[in-house]
Write a protein that binds this ligand. Structure first.
Ligand code: SF4
Length: 84
């Protein structure tokens, strides 16, 4: 993927059988080549592996800034006038 694979997005190199089309080829990303699978990462099936990935993505996601207050929340006490 030219700009890198965003978190939560399926890699375009995964085939229908969930196998990497680049496995064993020089064009496979270095991070993929260096990743060493482990039992706790893979679990017993694809659902457990996907749950592990989801937890990892959640734990490493960038912090989001706090939400901006809505205009209604910053007006102060109600004026008593009806809203248009
Ligand atoms: S190993 Fe890397 S390139 Fe291959 S399918 Fe997984 S994320 Fe994509």
């Amino acid at each position: 993927m030219p700009m890198g694979k965003p978190a939560g997005v399926r890699c375009v190199q995964l085939d229908e059988a969930q196998r990497c089309r680049l496995f064993g080829q020089t064009g496979r990303p270095a991070v993929c080549v260096q990743l060493k699978p482990a039992a706790d990462m893979c679990g017993d099936n694809a659902a457990q592996a996907e749950a592990w990935l989801a937890r990892l993505e959640h734990a490493t996601a960038p912090l989001r800034p706090p939400p901006t207050p809505s205009p209604q929340a910053t007006r102060g006490p109600a004026s008593g006038r009806a809203m248009p």
